[in-house]
Design a protein around this ligand. Structure first.
Ligand code: MLT
Ligand code: MN
Ligand code: ZN
Length: 268
């Protein structure tokens, strides 16, 4: 199997439209520092490609992926796998309404949030039928019970998952490090939203810590990732994370864990 990295930023992207922090300013000045919202294209079988999460950048991301070129009116896009129901991972579903039918694999909690919270089943029904199913050929492992803010009244459930497909583990958000996380994997993408736990407060956009926002910071996971035999990469970087600047000294403190780049192809 193979994957193509189509986005590596947390909600807002880099640069974020209303932000002039150093990360956003740097990305405006140097186009190669720009990051689209975190997304993978995964080829589960020859010619059957799934997007992992449907971001606000999905149109551009599909165009950037050679495996997703349509042929006549046929597309290799077989469906979407959702790791959570956050807006940065679900708003792109509406962009796919030109399909006749759209297959979506997700947990029950995520399906309910998208259906009853965002009301996308009903809103999109005149355009496209959303065909929800449990994950097959992959596993969704719980990594946090954090609900999206729009779904705060929805109760407990498997809100945030790591996706495991054979030797691939993809966890763009992780509030906890589950027992055995990454064991036996060949490649692990992990939550790189924040550098340290205080970043949302020191950057001045939230009174909560990274962990209170449902994101283990890099400083809490880099040693554990470095200890895995797998190739490990951080993704879902917030624009305030110093790692968005390739010259930042923090890159030397990553213990061999990489920062994911868009366009990278990994086979496993
Ligand atoms: C998150 O990853 O915590 C969410 O996407 C936050 C957001 O975009 O509002
Ligand atoms: Mn997010
Ligand atoms: Zn910013």
């Amino acid at each position: 199997m193979r994957l193509h990295v189509l986005g590596t930023a947390a909600g807002g992207g880099v640069p974020q439209w209303n932000c002039a922090c150093p990360g956003c300013t740097g990305a405006r000045a140097v186009p190669s520092r720009r990051r689209l919202h975190a997304c993978l294209a995964v080829e589960l079988a020859p010619g059957r490609v799934y997007l992992v999460n449907a971001t606000p950048d999905i149109g551009e991301q599909i165009e950037r992926c050679p495996w997703l070129r349509p042929d006549g009116r046929r597309t290799p896009l077989a469906g979407v796998i959702l790791t959570d129901a956050e807006l940065d991972h679900t708003l792109g579903l509406a962009r796919l309404r030109e399909a006749d039918e759209l297959e979506i694999m997700a947990t029950d909690a995520v399906r309910k949030a998208v259906g009853e919270g965002l009301r996308l089943d009903e809103t999109l029904a005149p355009y496209v039928r959303l065909r929800w199913r449990d994950v097959e050929g992959a596993e969704l492992l719980p990594v946090s019970g954090k609900r999206p803010r729009y779904a705060r009244d929805f109760g407990d459930g498997q809100w945030v998952s790591a996706l495991r497909i054979g030797g691939l583990v993809y966890a763009p958000a992780m509030g906890v490090w589950p027992t055995g996380f990454g064991d036996g994997a060949d490649v692990v993408f992990a939550d790189g939203t924040f550098w340290d736990d205080d970043e949302p407060r020191t950057a001045g956009f939230s009174s909560r810590t990274a962990i209170e926002m449902g994101h283990l910071p890099v400083t809490a996971t880099r040693e554990r990732l470095a200890a895995l035999p797998a190739r490990c990469l951080y993704t879902h970087l917030n624009n305030t994370n110093p790692l968005v600047d390739p010259g930042a000294p923090q890159h030397a403190e990553l213990k061999g864990v990489e920062v994911a780049s868009e366009g990278t192809v990994v086979e496993w």
